[in-house]
Design a protein around this ligand. Structure first.
Ligand code: HXC
Length: 260
């Protein structure tokens, strides 16, 4: 399938690499771009050979936000009737881990898109922020909520109320990204692909279950989350025994477990 606003590649047989590709608009997240992104994510999710997905942009911009030119003339009624930005939620139906490899600007919707991914790796050039306040609006893709979960109220208020951008190093210190990776061009993508390859080498059932339970921590209270984790954990043994019974086992031997 050919795309106009993204590139899709397989840098490893088990890794899908999706690159946002609207360089002239700094990867502004227009509706057609998001439609293509959702399609590519679903294709990767449906492909048994793929174990993890890397999402990236350019050196200058992961994404500079939702497309201001597309949004600026929309009335409330237009936005409501067309469920504007509603299809962003499709990203949550993806069961395979998505790693954001961020260089350059990740602003507004771009920052929110990175936050929707499961892991964020940042290059030293990355800049995160929610500058919507400078346009007289507020975040609409989950920024106020997800940032508050991840970096706390005071820091979220600071970003959302002042529109200040933060550096990769500050984002790492605040726990927003896993780590800052490499100096050279493309280094963050290479590292993300390596990480995706490691993830792909594990039991895919366990990986998808792990993603589900960690994400549940952002939706459930602690008691519900612990109960949910335990149920999924109990269930996860089924496939371990099933795979141990089949020969040869495709997962590493577990000490003391199974008919060995
Ligand atoms: C549409 C955008 C854009 C955006 C940049 N461009 N950001 N187009 N939507 N969000 C376009 C510019 O219009 C310009 O196109 C080209 O990209 C290059 O941008 P410049 O401004 O010339 O580049 P530069 O001087 O290097 O400045 C980079 C920048 C600046 C600091 C990132 O572009 C900027 O401030 N952009 C807006 C960032 C922002 O406000 N994001 C939040 C959007 S609201 P032309 O054709 O003129 O050359 C949002 C709401 C989320 O995300 C709601 C839920 C998802």
């Amino acid at each position: 399938m050919s795309y106009n606003y993204i590139l899709v590649a397989k840098p490893e047989p088990s890794v899908s690499l999706i690159t946002l590709n609207r360089p002239k608009a700094l990867n502004a997240l227009s509706s057609p771009l998001f439609e293509e992104l959702n399609k590519a994510l679903k294709d990767a999710d449906d492909d048994d050979a793929i174990g993890a997905i890397v999402l990236t942009g350019s050196e200058k911009a992961f994404a500079a936000g939702a497309d201001i030119k597309e949004m600026q003339n929309k009335t409330y009624a237009d936005a409501f009737k067309t469920r504007f930005l509603g299809d962003w939620a499709q990203l949550f139906t993806i069961r395979k881990p998505i790693i954001a490899a961020v260089s350059g600007y990740a602003l507004g919707g771009g920052c929110e898109l990175a936050l929707m991914c499961d892991i964020i790796l940042a290059s030293p050039t990355a800049k995160f922020g929610q500058p919507e306040i400078n346009l007289g609006v507020i975040p609409g893709g989950g920024g106020s909520q997800r940032l508050a979960h991840v970096i706390g109220k005071s820091r979220t208020m600071e970003l959302v109320l002042t529109g200040r951008n933060i550096s990769a190093q500050e984002a790492a210190a605040w726990g927003m990204v896993s780590r800052v990776v490499g100096e050279g061009e493309g280094e963050v993508v290479r590292e993300a692909v390596e990480m995706a390859k490691v993830i792909s080498s594990k039991s895919q059932i366990a990986i998808q279950a792990a993603k589900e339970v960690v994400n549940a921590a952002y939706e459930l209270n602690l008691a519900e989350g612990l109960r949910f984790e335990r149920r999924i954990f109990h269930g996860s043994w089924d496939h371990v025994f099933a795979e141990l019974k089949s020969s040869p086992p495709s997962i590493p031997a577990l000490p003391g477990v199974g008919p060995r």
